[in-house]
Ligand binder design. Structure first.
Ligand SMILES: C[S@@+](CC[C@H](N)C(=O)[O-])C[C@H]1O[C@@H](n2cnc3c(N)ncnc32)[C@H](O)[C@@H]1O
Length: 231
């Protein structure tokens, strides 16, 4: 584990799976979905990635908490030369993405089933073109703030794994979360690491570049889209 640092270990320690994720599975899988977990998932899991296979891709991107995978899937279809790694522990969401992948036999998606906090420390420095965090769980209660994905330590890790001029995209429909992101980003240690371009829902980025997730499709409130470029 060459990249694991003490800060990330602390975060891992605090976020036990039982506490965090009441929602690993919400409904039974169909037979086809269960079969895809057995047959397809092992062949496209991140652990099946070999270093030499990576060199065929122009860019590699990571989506944290892809839900049912709409955003990741559409980007992968539109960019066959790029590799898209998706991270999610919600079993039914992974099952949805597996079904889509199986239908069109797309080759450029890999899945990490589990907590992204465990995957990120394994990713080499300056490795990714994009990291996406779309509609993360807002954990609005004060006592749960430590569960929010955006923390100074996690953003430092995102900065580390992005290549120069790589982009971290965050979307949320929770104004408190957007304010929280701004607060974390303006800490002295982070403010010089990312340039921030913030957009409101009225000037939503093109769906070709930034496809809608299921959460966004259902959201009835204004969303904030932020693109943070690694300086
Ligand atoms: C509010 S949902 C949004 C899902 C999707 N991004 C969308 O916009 O439709 C948040 C998702 O992030 C996942 N998630 C939360 N924390 C995560 C983590 N540390 N690693 C991987 N997935 C995570 C949850 O399982 C859930 O599916």
């Amino acid at each position: 584990m060459p990249h694991k640092n003490q800060g990330m270990e602390e975060i891992e320690h605090r976020r036990s799976v039982e506490k965090l994720y009441g929602r690993i599975k919400s409904r039974a899988l169909t037979k086809r979905q269960a079969d895809l977990f057995e047959s397809l998932l092992p062949t496209i899991s991140v652990t099946s990635l070999k270093a030499e296979q990576l060199s065929i891709y122009r860019d590699i991107s990571l989506e944290i908490g892809f839900g049912s995978g709409e955003h990741l899937f559409q980007l992968a279809i539109a960019n066959p030369d790029n590799l898209f790694i998706g991270c999610e522990f919600f079993v039914n969401g992974i099952a949805s993405l597996l079904s889509k992948i199986d239908e069109v036999k797309i080759q450029n998606i890999r899945i990490f089933q589990g907590d992204s906090i465990k995957l990120i420390p394994e990713i080499p420095d300056n490795f990714l073109a994009y990291v996406f965090l779309l509609f993360p769980d807002p954990w609005p209660k004060r006592k749960h703030i430590y569960r929010r994905f955006v923390q100074e330590k996690t953003l430092l890790e995102i900065h580390r794994i992005l290549r120069r001029s790589g982009v971290f995209r965050i979307a949320t429909d929770c104004l408190h979360y957007a304010e929280w992101v701004n607060k974390v980003l303006t800490t002295p240690i982070l403010s010089e690491k990312f340039s921030i371009e913030k957009m409101l829902h009225t000037s939503r980025p093109s769906e070709l570049l930034w496809p809608k997730t299921r959460y966004e499709q259902k959201s009835t409130t204004k969303c904030v889209f932020s693109s943070l470029e690694k300086l």
